[in-house]
Design a protein around this ligand. Structure first.
Ligand SMILES: [Zn+2]
Length: 65
């Protein structure tokens, strides 16, 4: 949890008309339920980190034992 959202609440107006009381806020200042899904890495460093986990180009015939 980012330090700047400590002590804050999500605050999204729910279907019942009351503000969301959850405190497990993420970087967007909303809780896990209301923050939406991650859209993936944005920084060049993050993109590189993700790309490192992908299977790289593999020449034909090298994937057999
Ligand atoms: Zn919420």
């Amino acid at each position: 949890m980012p330090l700047e959202v400590r002590g804050l609440r999500c605050g999204v107006t729910t279907r019942t008309g009351h503000p969301c009381q959850r405190r497990d806020l993420g970087a967007g200042g909303r809780c896990r339920l209301h923050g939406g899904r991650s859209t993936g890495p944005r920084t060049p460093e993050g993109l590189r980190r993700v790309a490192a986990n992908l299977p790289g180009p593999r020449p034909h015939g090298t994937d057999r034992v």
